[in-house]
Write a protein that binds this ligand. Structure first.
Ligand SMILES: [Zn+2]
Length: 164
């Protein structure tokens, strides 16, 4: 039988914009190149509501382009708006904008469905507001791939000779 956590994760997968990718994060045990502090910062930065440091959980990212990030642990679920920062000209790093942290165990399913639905809709609307259509390729582009309000990175390279 599925545990409460597994049930929650499959509910969240349904609620998030599709497609949804998931990834197990165990910040306590397996760390490749990020120090724990950096990783925790990446997940929780700047939000006083993130009172609990999540060490182990599942990170779900919904949407294509990505819109909403949910990090689910045994006790808490953190909802963030997807965002990337360019730490290197060609390597983007995930840097979600924290929106809400919820102690999900105390909520009954109908309550949490209602709260999560509202949050996911709000976050994805906020994210999509930042998208622009490129005047050359006419694709809808997220902010990380925009050179300006009207031109995407690859068209800036192709048509304007910009190098990144
Ligand atoms: Zn373009």
């Amino acid at each position: 039988m599925a545990t409460k956590l597994e049930n929650l994760i499959s509910d969240i997968k349904e609620l998030l914009p599709h497609p949804v990718t998931d990834e197990n994060l165990d910040l306590g045990v397996e760390q490749v190149d990020l120090g724990i502090e950096e990783l925790v910062n990446e997940l929780c930065e700047g939000n006083p509501l993130f009172n609990k440091i999540p060490h182990k959980g599942v990170r779900l990212i919904g949407g294509d382009p990505s819109e909403v990030v949910a990090f689910v642990t045994e006790e808490v679920i953190n909802f963030s708006q997807f965002a990337l920062v360019w730490t290197h000209p060609h390597i983007p790093t995930l840097k979600p904008i924290p929106i809400a942290s919820i102690q999900w165990r105390n909520l009954r399913k109908p309550e949490r469905q209602q709260i999560f639905t509202t949050l996911v809709e709000t976050i994805s609307k906020r994210r999509r507001k930042l998208y622009r259509i490129c005047q050359y390729c006419e694709r809808l582009m997220p902010p990380e791939w925009l050179f300006s309000d009207t031109i995407c990175h690859s068209c800036a390279e192709k048509h304007l000779g910009v190098t990144f």
